[in-house]
Design a protein around this ligand. Structure first.
Ligand code: AMP
Length: 395
């Protein structure tokens, strides 16, 4: 794996695909700079070597170069975070950009305008990628959030740098940590898969079954498993067309010697609101009209015990509707158990979608070993797919 540590950037212009797709408020102010902070180590390494950085990113999904999606809005925050004044050019290809790149001095950073102002970016247009490639000596991909897209700046561009292309620190770190869980893990390995639906997690489960010892299933998706085995789940979330599939997973888990742990009890509610009446029910005896919105106390104990005995832990998906306070306890209890196991030496990775939001909400970020920055990209890695942005550098 070629990383930025294999290059010296002295007097070189690094063309870096970053993921500065940060959330903005109505006044176009950055409300969460995590993604800019995540790219900082790569940018600083180039500058410290005596090179300069040309940064390319997308922001949102513009249709017609709307101002609200201009990367100009993030320049001040990026300058603050990076500790260097970030120059900006109001386009990402063309004469004006060429000139700005040409003038760039070692130690300086230039941010180009939103790549997605051009349809050619998401179409993976080769000519567009070639134009972009003129703006650097060495291409670095550090945009994990878009590594699963075969876009011009994330994958196609790499062919114009046959030797001079590499992973940035963030992307290299994401790859390393997923490998640590899926391919180089210390046993016992436990995967916790939660979230709403079986259908969105099935490929992950199938990919990891041969690599894990324990599979904990929580969240809405557990009810499809319980109903498939004849349990009464009331009005809980069920995917009727996935009942067979869940029985199949149970069989496959057995065949792979994986211990499958389903919830034992639930916090059931009489409506999907914060003000619902609630009661604790066995997972397979939920009254008609009531729905399970969180795992119950016996389940919390079971999950915590399995986690405390694990050396490698993967967490994807909350085990309850953690956005509502009465149904957040299960996810908090799970986070605490993972934090404790991590403190006692286990390796824990949290990745993919809503579990990252939960980890942030309940302040577990610094208590687990690694929190992935890329929702969709991490999901696809866990599914065992080859990501175009990674493949393009490795080729
Ligand atoms: P996912 O993006 O598939 O990981 O799903 C995350 C969503 O699953 C969160 O928004 C949770 O509120 C939701 N969720 C978790 N547990 C349940 C449940 N028991 N019933 C309905 N939704 C749930």
């Amino acid at each position: 794996m070629k990383t930025i540590n294999d290059f010296n950037f002295h007097q070189k212009k690094a063309l870096i695909r970053v993921d500065f797709n940060v959330p903005l408020n109505d006044d176009h102010e950055v409300t969460d700079a995590t993604r800019i902070e995540a790219a900082k180590p790569t940018i600083i390494k180039v500058l410290e070597d005596g090179g300069s950085c040309v940064l390319m990113s997308h922001l949102g999904r513009p249709k017609n170069k709307e101002n609200e999606f201009s990367l100009q809005h993030i320049v001040d925050t990026a300058s603050d975070v990076l500790g260097v004044h970030v120059k900006f050019v109001a386009d990402c290809v063309g004469e004006e950009v060429s000139e700005a790149v040409h003038k760039l001095q070692p130690g300086e950073i230039l941010l180009l305008e939103n790549l997605r102002y051009y349809e050619a970016e998401t179409k993976g247009d080769r000519a567009f990628a070639k134009q972009l490639s003129k703006f650097g000596d060495i291409y670095i991909n550090d945009a994990f959030g878009t590594a699963h897209r075969a876009h011009a700046s994330t994958a196609v561009i790499a062919q114009f740098f046959p030797e001079n292309k590499c992973f940035g620190k963030l992307l290299a770190s994401e790859i390393k940590h997923v490998n640590k869980v899926l391919n180089e893990s210390e046993k016992p390995v436990t995967a916790i898969i939660g979230g709403a639906k079986v259908s969105s997690k099935i490929t992950i489960i199938e990919n990891i079954l041969s690599k894990i010892d324990h599979l904990i299933i929580g969240g809405g998706m557990a009810f499809t498993f319980i109903k498939a085995q004849g349990g009464d789940v009331g009005a809980s979330l069920v995917e009727e067309d996935k009942l067979e599939l869940s029985l199949d997973i149970i069989k496959k888990a057995k065949k792979n010697n994986v211990n499958l742990h389903l919830p034992l009890d639930v916090v059931a509610a009489d409506s999907f609101t914060e003000f619902a009446s609630t009661e604790i029910d066995p997972i397979d005896a939920i009254p008609d009209g009531w729905m399970g919105l969180d795992v119950g106390p016996k389940t919390n104990e079971l999950f915590a015990r399995v986690i405390s005995e694990s050396k490698t832990i993967l967490w994807n998906g909350p085990v309850g509707v953690f956005e509502m306070e009465p149904f957040a306890k299960g996810t908090i209890s799970l986070g605490n158990a993972i934090a404790q196991a991590t403190n006692e030496g286990a390796f824990s990775l949290v990745g993919g979608g809503d579990s990252v939001a939960a980890v942030k909400k309940f302040s577990f970020t610094n208590k687990v070993s690694y929190v992935s920055t890329g929702g969709g990209a991490m999901l696809e890695m866990l599914e065992g797919k080859t990501l175009p942005g990674i493949q393009a550098i490795e080729q």
